[in-house]
Design a protein. Structure first.
Length: 155
């Protein structure tokens, strides 16, 4: 068998990795992280003591808010359904038109019972035209419910 010369002067290549720059970088990062960790802890202590340490004596205890009563108006193909908590009132269509006058009366009754309530959820069947949603929203605005959330009907 023949031996093939690789050539060169026979000098071996230096394969050592120079890790000195890497060690320098790591030492700088460790020092930086230690310094920032100390300052963030000090700032957290100062913020905590300023917020929790100041309690005025004339501050009265506020009673908890009333439990929110869910109020929902469903727009269905057969008419409206007004639901306040567990109570439900069905308002059928008059002919082919929705009875917005009776809806306004029912919604005003709810406003008389809960005068601070301003939010309502209106659900609409996907098959109904957009104008039925707008008609229901107009009635709710007239009755004094400006915060209206619109959802699709749950099947």
């Amino acid at each position: 068998m023949a031996h093939i010369e690789e050539g060169g002067s026979g000098r071996q290549a230096n394969v050592e990795v120079n890790i000195v720059p890497f060690i320098d970088l790591m030492s700088v990062l460790v020092i930086f992280l230690l310094i920032t960790a100390v300052w963030s802890q000090v700032s957290m202590i100062q913020i905590g003591s300023s917020v929790y340490g100041q309690k005025s004596e004339d501050e009265s205890v506020k009673p908890p808010d009333r439990i929110e009563i869910p109020f929902r108006v469903d727009v269905k193909t057969s008419g409206y359904r007004v639901q306040v908590g567990p109570q439900s009132t069905v308002i059928p269509k008059v002919g082919e038109e929705y009875d917005t006058a009776r809806l306004l009366t029912e919604v005003k009754k709810v406003k008389e019972i809960y005068p601070d309530k301003t939010d309502v959820v209106i659900t609409v069947a996907d098959s109904l035209p957009y104008k039925t949603l707008i008609g229901g929203m107009d009635v709710l605005l007239q009755a004094g419910f400006p915060q209206i959330a619109v959802t699709s009907e749950v099947q």
